[in-house]
Design a protein around this ligand. Sequence first.
Ligand SMILES: *[C@@H]1O[C@H](CO)[C@@H](O)[C@H](O)[C@H]1NC(C)=O
Ligand SMILES: *[C@@H]1O[C@H](CO)[C@@H](O)[C@H](O)[C@H]1NC(C)=O
Ligand SMILES: *[C@@H]1O[C@H](CO)[C@@H](O)[C@H](O)[C@H]1NC(C)=O
Length: 442
Amino acid sequence: MAPSLVFLLVLLSCSATATLVACSSSNEAEAGLRMKLAHVDDKGGYTTEERVLRAVAVSRQQQQQRLMAGAEDDVSAQVHRATRQYIASYLIGSPPQRTEALIDTGSDLIWTQCATTCLPKSCAKQGLPYYNLSQSSTFVPVPCADKAGFCAANGVHLCGLDGSCTFIASYGAGRVIGSLGTESFAFESGTTSLAFGCVSLTRITSGALNDASGLIGLGRGRLSLVSQIGATRFSYCLTPYFHSSGASSHLFVGASASLGGGGASMPFVKSPKDYPYSTFYYLPLEGITVGKTRLPAVNSTTFQLRQLFKGYWAGGVIIDTGSPLTQLASHAYEALKEEVAAQLGNGSLVPAPEDSGLELCVAREGFQKVVPALVFHFGGGADMAVPAASYWAPVDKAAACMMILEGGYDSIIGNFQQQDMHLLYDLRRGRFSFQTADCTML
Ligand SMILES: *[C@@H]1O[C@H](CO)[C@@H](O)[C@H](O)[C@H]1NC(C)=O
Ligand SMILES: *[C@@H]1O[C@H](CO)[C@@H](O)[C@H](O)[C@H]1NC(C)=O
Ligand SMILES: *[C@@H]1O[C@H](CO)[C@@H](O)[C@H](O)[C@H]1NC(C)=O
C-alpha cells in the first residue's frame, strides 16, 4: 500500500506544478546540484604538450566551423560551439543507469542517446551502454501538446504519429534527432526530474562527443538544466589543465553556487533587440592591458555584438566552457599580438612549431617570468588579471606559446583562461562574477 500512496502523492504534486518541472521541487533540488567535472583528455594519458596541441586543434576546428557556417549563411550554426570539453556523470531513471554528459554553457537541451531507438550506426559510440528507457519506471514521454510547453520550447519540433514530440537540435558539429521525455536525474549531489531528449539519430563530427552519452545544456533557454530547475545561479571552478593530482573540477547549480564573498563582478551584456539567440552569456569586454600599456585600438566598440546585415549577427564576447582557447576579434588580436611581441623584443621570440596555428612563442624555460602581464578590462570596473600560465603554455620541449587565437568577428573567453577561477553566473541579478580560487578545494 505505502509505496503506491507515495507514488500517487508525487503525481498529485507534479500536476499541481505542471508548468514547472514535473515533480522537481524536492528538497534536494532546492539545495542545489553539484557535479564533478572531468576534462575530456583526462583519461587519454596525454603529455602536457599533447594536451596543449589538442586544445589548440579543437579551437582551430571551431574557428573553421564558424567560418564555414558563415559562408553558408547558416546563422544558427555560426553561433553554436562545436566541441565540449568537460564531462559530468549522472544517473538516469529508476533503477538508475549511469550516463555521461558534456556540459555546455553554449546550448540548452539535455539529451542522451537511447538504446531502444538507436539503430546500429545511427548513434555515436559512447563509453557507457545507451540508456534504455524500457528498463526505467520513471520515464514519461512528453506529448506533442504538453501543457508545460517543453515540446514547443525546443526550436525545431514535430509531432510524431503516436503524439510524441520529435526534436532536432543543431550544433556547429552537426545535429541530433530524438523525442522528448521526462526522467529522474541524480547528480553527484542533488536529484531532480527533467525534460530531456532521448536521441535516436546522432549526426555529429566524429569524436565530438568524446565517448560521452550526450549533453547537458546550461544556456539561458527554457530547456536548459538551469532554467528547468528554476535555478537563479550556477558556478563552476576548473582545475588547472596540467594538474597532476587528478583533482576534479566542479559545477554547482542553484543554491550550492556561491563564491563565498569577494570577487569582481560585472553585468552580462543584454542581448540587442531582435537578436535571435537568447542562449548565450555575453560579457562586456572593454579593453586590454599588456604590461603597463593599455591597447589604444581596443575598446568596447571592438567587441560589440552587431548585425552585419539582416539576420547575420557577429561580434560579442562569449564566456564558454566548451572552447579551450580564448579567441579575440581580429582587430583586438592583432593589437594584442603586436604589443606582446614588441614588449618581448626580437631577442625573446622563437619560431612557433609549424602548423600549430600559434604565432607568438618564447623559450619554454622560465617562460612565466618572461611574458608580459595581461589584464582584461570588463564593464563595471572588473579587471581580470590573466596569469602567465593561463595564457601561455609549453607546446614542445623548446617553446611555450601564447594560447590566444584570432577569432574573426567573434570573441570567446576560453576555458584555458578560466583555470583556477571560480566563476558565478547570477541569472537573477544578471551579473557575472569571478574570483581566483584553488578549484581542487571545492
Ligand atoms: C531494453 O530493455 C528491455 C527490457 O529489459 C529489453 O527487452 C531490450 O532488449 C533492451 N533494449 C536494448 C537495445 O538493449
Ligand atoms: C573605439 O576606438 C575607435 C578607433 O579605434 C574609435 O573610432 C571609437 O570612437 C572608440 N569607441 C569608444 C566607445 O571609445
Ligand atoms: C625586430 O625585427 C623586426 C623585423 O625583423 C624589425 O623590423 C624590428 O625593428 C626589430 N625590433 C627590435 C626591437 O629589434
